[in-house]
Design a protein around this ligand. Structure first.
Ligand code: UTP
Length: 519
């Protein structure tokens, strides 16, 4: 260990305090702290800090004057596209999947601090009747989309799944998949890779120590993807498999459709090298980033960067002018990914700052857990690359069908295990209805799904309204249907008493359970 050399590098970067406890450390603590610090580039970290702070100051300036709405020709919307065209997109997407050209890439390196569990978010079970975790739901959707593509193309196909983890999530994720036999996927089609960490820094630019012999580190944001791809073998693996298109999504959206054929088909039909799935903003003040153009380039602009006046601006049809809410769901061609992961482009992506309460060790060696933000984490965002798109596509989907993120623990106002569970059940109830099923009471009377005074009057006690319908627990395994297809032949004309679950057993046989409350 060249401790003098390290000390001098730290001193010249203004980070000498990181060795404050050196003389009191055990040999193994010294070893691990030295190892951690020795490979850090402090000049670069200081530079990231300066730039990120400057970017954050600039972000306080409103960018209204620079904003341009999305050109109509890059946009499409599931609710304004006829069934025939949707089927065409679906079929284009399935053809691409069928020819082994599509991979999915999961962003799962976040710390999930708001949810507050000490294991990766993908391992979370939101309390569905099946008890399935987010990872299992996703794995089963991949299995099903492979099967759907095979049915269309008559060819066996594989959708490799690349999962970006971080120091905090890699091992448990690895063990979880191994202990569940990869949920039926082939082991060599599930690849974990790790994103980088960056030090957490005080507002004064000093790096925090988490304890006397460890730097406080955090993942470098979901946009750390591009650096992580460069330093891993993932791109090479994709190329060796002949992957042409990559669908990127977040771990926490319980409704996310892996390798969504319709989205992929839409992007391919547009000839896009970069695509975004978006949901229509619910209200002008919804705090969500919007996809738009800034000085001629595609970007996601945070709500805080535009004035209320611009957020409220409407088109002649009454829709918000800036209404494409970003849900962190993207289509990239391989060529595009190669461009943005090239160090000459990747280095142009700047870190954003997230003000956080960072536990740290004070000069007396005590660990302090602050109650107010005391510093920043530096993060790149996955959507930072949109500006490099040369052909772009935005596909607007229905929030109730495709977006319900798990961010907070129960008790919070939104994005909790309960809202995720309810939203998934709501989607599955609607899938069943569309396929011709009815939900009934024990006595066989239908549970109405359209609210009306008549329903209330008939029920007398007000029970048989839509509220009751909205509480029906209904879970359709992704192995049975990816997005409603194939349900017709199973449920059409039939009545189901809630709770209802449709599952495949281990022999692939359909199991329908109804009217049995499992507590
Ligand atoms: P969030 O920004 O919601 O962060 O991530 P989070 O870590 O899940 O939760 P909090 O903010 O700590 O409560 C959105 C998506 O980006 C991924 C997450 O795993 C999630 O899928 N992500 C986030 C990464 O992959 N890496 C990161 O460094 C940050």
């Amino acid at each position: 260990m060249d401790i003098d050399g390290l000390r001098s590098r730290l001193d010249s970067a203004g980070q000498g305090h990181l060795l404050a406890f050196w003389d009191t450390l055990t040999d193994s603590e010294k070893q691990s702290l030295y190892k951690e610090l020795d490979h850090m580039n402090f000049a670069e970290i200081n530079q990231f800090f300066e730039t990120a702070m400057q970017l954050s100051k600039n972000a306080a300036d409103k960018v209204d004057d620079l904003l341009e709405p999305l050109p109509a020709e890059v946009c499409g919307s599931v609710s304004r596209t006829d069934a025939e065209t949707l089927e065409k997109y679906n079929s284009i997407g399935l053809q691409a999947i069928g020819s082994n050209s599509v991979a999915v890439l999961l962003l799962a390196g976040g710390q999930g601090t708001r949810l507050g569990v000490n294991y990766p978010k993908g391992m979370y079970n939101v309390g569905l009747p099946s008890g399935k975790t987010l990872y299992q739901l996703q794995a089963e959707r991949i299995l099903k989309v492979q099967q759907n593509a095979k049915e269309l193309t008559n060819k066996d196909c594989e959708v490799p799944w690349y999962i970006m983890t971080s120091e905090h999530t890699k091992e448990p994720t690895q063990e979880f998949f191994a202990s569940h036999d990869y949920f039926g996927l082939k082991k060599n089609n599930v690849t974990l890779f790790e994103q980088n960490l960056l030090p957490c820094i005080g507002f004064d630019g000093k790096i925090y120590l988490a304890n006397q012999h460890k730097v406080a580190l955090a993942p470098d944001g979901n946009g750390g993807l591009y650096k992580a791809l460069t330093s891993s073998t993932v791109l090479a693996d994709m190329e060796s498999r002949g992957i042409k298109y990559v669908h990127v999504y977040c771990v926490d959206n319980i409704l996310a459709k892996m390798a969504d054929p319709v989205f992929i088909g839409f992007c391919l039909n547009k000839g896009a090298n970069c695509g975004v799935k978006a949901v229509e903003k619910s209200i002008p003040t919804e705090p969500v980033g919007v996809v738009c153009k800034v000085e001629g380039r595609y970007e996601v602009v945070e709500y805080s960067e535009i004035t209320l006046k611009t957020a409220e601006k409407r088109n002649s049809d009454g829709r918000l002018t800036f209404n494409a809410g970003n849900i962190c769901n993207h289509f990239f061609t391989m060529d595009f990914l190669k461009t943005v992961t090239d160090p000459s482009t990747e280095s142009k992506l700047q870190h954003h700052i997230a003000k956080k309460k960072i536990p740290y060790v004070n000069s007396a060696g005590e660990i302090i857990k602050p109650t107010e933000p005391n510093g920043i984490k530096m993060e790149k965002f996955v959507f930072d690359v949109l500006r490099f798109a040369t052909s772009f596509a935005v596909w607007e989907v229905l929030r109730e069908d495709e977006f319900s993120p798990l961010k907070n623990a129960d008790g919070a106002a939104k994005d909790t295990p309960t809202t995720c569970r309810q939203d998934l059940c709501s989607l599955h109830r609607r899938m069943m209805l569309q396929a011709g099923a009815k939900f009934v009471h024990k006595d066989g009377s239908e549970i109405p799904h359209i609210p009306s005074n008549r329903n209330k009057a008939e029920a007398g006690d007000g029970q048989r309204t839509c509220e009751e319908f909205n509480e029906i627990v209904c879970e359709v395994s992704p192995l049975v249907s990816y997005s409603g297809e194939g349900l017709n032949s199973i449920v059409s004309g039939q009545s189901f008493q809630p709770p209802v679950t449709l599952e495949l057993d281990k022999d692939g046989k359909l199991q329908v359970s109804q009217g049995i409350n499992k507590s």
